[in-house]
Design a protein around this ligand. Structure first.
Ligand code: HMG
Ligand code: MG
Length: 298
């Protein structure tokens, strides 16, 4: 049987907007985060404290964290690759910090400019500081299904990274399909291998939709018991100039499917559709969620 309840982590304000060519003002991002939280998400990824030289779109993260309203039931998360990022997340009153590594050495170098082993050494003080300050700690594992630089990523490399994130004390671990290449049976194999190292209930699926497989992969992951998924309102993300890149799976599409399956999320789809229309207008383009556009057109 499929899980009866699923937690959706809304990552649009971070993963989505970090990849949009248009850099939006802090005000617009604050409005987006507030709209999403009001729609009922238990967890919104709101900010990323990384180098503004690497990701200029996230440079206003401190302003965003200072400006958002805080709903009592919502966890507001921020990415923190190192202690400099952690200090900013702490000052910004993040409820959860996200350390992000990779199952592929090549991607680790390109994304965070260090080897996997070096990344773990950087995460150690972040993990300790998160615990000491009573913050939730999440670990994200990129390229768990394939890497744009090295191609295939062995299952054992994913398992190894899950163990390292577990040993750092992560409350939740994301298995991420960074470039959207996974297919459903592979999804099940990777999730089940990860679950040998870390409780399945605390594993999440983070699927990008580049090859149009994300919904099928989510369904496949549900079949093996995964009950946490990441998605992005209006399918935000993806750069029009990066060959074939697209954003995360669209939240509206995921919610529509889960609703049809009778799976509870606690999220109001209509409010998410409105948030999607709002941010698409700000970006000056049509939203990328099929369900979102269909509902908005009614
Ligand atoms: P580095 O250059 O190796 O770091 O970058 P460094 O320690 O040598 O510092 C160099 C400069 O960066 C210094 O500034 C630091 O102050 C600054 P300078 O003296 O040259 O003016 N710096 C920072 N500034 C702000 N906040 C910080 C910070 N740290 C250093 N936290 C670093 C290493 C990780 C910082 C860099 O490579 C970086 O920022 N990378 C960005 C990576 C990123 O944001 N990627 C996207 C998010 S991950 C993702 O999207 C995947 C995910 O969605 C899952 C999936 O789909 O796979 C989660
Ligand atoms: Mg991502």
């Amino acid at each position: 049987a499929l899980p009866q309840k699923v937690k959706i982590v809304e990552v649009g304000p971070r993963d989505g907007l970090q990849n949009e060519k248009e850099a939006l003002s802090a005000e617009v991002k604050i409005e987006l985060v507030n709209r999403l939280a009001r729609a009922g998400f238990a967890n919104v990824e709101a900010a990323s404290f990384v180098s503004p030289k690497w990701v200029p779109q996230m440079a206003t993260s401190s302003e965003v964290m200072a400006g958002i309203e805080r709903l009592p039931g919502t966890i507001y998360s921020a990415l923190t690759p190192n202690m400099q990022g952690f200090e900013a997340a702490l000052a910004g009153k993040a409820d959860e910090v996200v350390i992000f590594g990779s199952a592929s050495e090549a991607f680790s170098q390109k994304n965070i400019n260090c080897s996997i082993a070096e990344s773990i050494a950087r995460f150690e003080p972040v993990a300790k500081a998160a615990k000491a300050n009573g913050l939730r700690l999440r670990g994200s594992i990129s390229t768990a299904f394939g890497c744009p630089y090295q191609g295939q990523v062995p299952l054992e490399a994913v398992a190894d990274m899950v163990r390292r994130m577990r040993d750092l004390g992560c409350d939740e671990i994301d298995i991420a399909d960074t470039i959207g290449v996974a297919t459903p049976r592979q999804t099940q194999a990777v999730m089940l291998r990860a679950a040998q190292e870390f409780p399945l209930q605390q594993l999440s699926g983070h699927f990008h939709d580049t090859y149009g497989q994300a919904l099928a992969n989510i369904y496949a992951a549900l079949e093996v018991g995964v009950a946490i998924f990441h998605s992005s309102v209006s399918g935000l993300g993806g750069c029009p100039y990066a060959k074939g890149a697209t954003g995360n799976v669209a939240t509206e599409d995921v919610l529509y499917m889960l609703d049809g399956l009778g799976i509870e999320t606690g999220i109001d789809l209509d409010q998410v559709v409105d948030a999607g229309q709002f941010i698409s207008q700000q970006l000056g383009r049509k939203g990328a969620s099929r369900a979102g556009n269909a509902i908005a057109a009614k």
